[in-house]
Design a protein around this ligand. Structure first.
Ligand SMILES: Cc1ncc(COP(=O)(O)O)c(C=O)c1O
Length: 403
């Protein structure tokens, strides 16, 4: 019996036995990009260039900032109606019935709840490799087998391989654009997956980065009544990672299964006001999409000139092949005060780069150039001598900004 089963079936004795034997790794935690990026991160120094967590350096748009400030005096009240207004705005724009939408403080929660709801020791979790790791953490908790399939030659999810890898699948996780590669899986591939998947399994389409791309959303498949859950977040193009708002979009019976695990807390009213204002801002998405694409292209042009290869991203992140052990490169870059993203074990010489502002990407280029030209044992040793790797507050591992 897995730990999750012990909890849900109420077997306190088994749960206690399991807990006694449990390592910290078995504890259920919501993994987010912030916690995953922080796990390996050196301490920030003043003026650091931080392009390791797929954050948006622009933050919320002006209308969202104003909405937050205007809402602050109401902070003593729950004001549930603000969530209603948000739901009405989004579902109106997408021509969706309100009962097909649930709002959460970010999409990490519904991602984890979907894994809890649809995987178990007899129902596998199927994902791409490299792919976003959070769902795998939740699958470890449910005791599900984790089936990882390589991306195709064009860096799409290999839906045929995913189906072959798990006739016992409970949940297929498709992240498009993919974190960490920024590459797309087509709508027709998702349709193919839905048509061929085992009965009773569900496809979770994570559209956290879709606004940066030309990709077609899978929301139409939700409307068509398919076994699909779509995730959206305001943490990426909308620049609200610290404000927290995300959504699950699915048939009401699928959403009801997620509700067993959470999603009942009141939403922060500042998040609701800012998210609604952002949705109503008609130029936000096209303008930011264009800006991100232009900075990404400049970075790619520079990498081309230097002879490096990278994944053909349509997002705000990409994988760069540094052609040497990723950890060494990450540490050497950190020693130059540029924090780049973590590696994925399947691609040991690749590092994940988040597209920041133009000055940040110029700083990245100079640091990367210097690191790669002067890569010596001394440089690597120097990077290891950075003072504090981590500090801890309220039991959580978190990086500390040195003053
Ligand atoms: C692929 C993917 N899904 C979901 C999330 C969840 O983000 P949040 O909880 O901030 O909405 C992230 C965060 O970076 C992500 O990269």
């Amino acid at each position: 019996m897995s730990e999750r089963e012990a909890i849900t079936k109420g077997s306190r004795r088994t749960f206690l036995q399991l807990s006694a034997a449990a390592t910290a790794a078995m504890a259920f935690r919501i993994a987010t990009e912030a916690t995953l990026a922080a796990e390996d991160r050196n301490t920030f120094h003043p003026g650091a260039v931080v392009i390791d967590a797929n954050e948006n350096p622009l933050g919320p748009c002006d209308a969202a900032r104003k909405a937050i400030v205007d809402m602050a005096p109401q902070g003593g009240r729950y004001s549930f109606w603000l969530k209603e207004e948000f739901v009405k705005t989004f579902t109106g724009m997408e021509d969706l019935k309100p009962e097909y939408l649930r709002v959460f403080p970010g999409s990490s929660e519904p991602l984890h709840f979907s894994v809890l709801a649809f995987t178990s020791p007899t129902k596998s979790y199927v994902t791409a490799d490299p792919g976003y790791e959070a769902g795998m953490r939740a699958a470890k908790f449910t005791g599900a087998r984790i089936a990882k399939t390589p991306l195709t030659k064009t860096y799409a999810h290999d839906v045929k391989a995913m189906i072959e890898a798990a006739p016992d699948a409970g949940l297929f996780y498709v992240c498009t654009p993919n974190n960490p590669t920024g590459t797309m899986t087509s709508h027709s591939d998702i349709e193919q997956l839905l048509a061929a998947k085992p009965k009773g399994s569900v496809v979770l389409v994570d559209e956290a980065y879709i606004h940066f791309s030309d990709g077609v959303s899978a929301i139409d498949l939700v409307k068509a009544g398919q076994d699909v859950i779509v995730l959206r977040t305001f943490s990426k193009i909308y620049g609200m990672a610290g404000i927290r708002c995300g959504m699950a979009i699915a048939r009401p019976d699928l959403l009801a299964k997620l509700e067993t695990y959470g999603g009942w807390s009141a939403m922060p009213i500042t998040a609701m006001a800012a998210a609604t204002a952002s949705l109503k801002h008609e130029h936000l998405v096209p303008e930011r999409k264009q800006l991100n694409a232009a900075i990404r292209q400049k970075t790619f042009d520079w990498l081309d000139r230097q002879g490096y290869t990278y994944t053909p991203s349509q997002s705000n992140c990409f994988m760069l092949d540094a052609k040497r052990p990723a950890k060494e490169v990450i540490d050497a870059m950190a020693a130059r005060n540029v924090y780049i993203g973590r590696p994925w074990p399947v691609w040991p010489t690749h590092v994940r780069i988040t597209v920041g502002t133009l000055p940040e990407m110029e700083a990245f280029q100079s640091a990367f150039d210097a690191v790669m030209k002067n890569f010596t044992a001394t440089g690597y040793a120097a990077s290891l001598s950075l003072k504090t790797r981590r500090s801890y507050s309220d039991g959580q591992c978190w990086p500390r900004v040195l003053s």
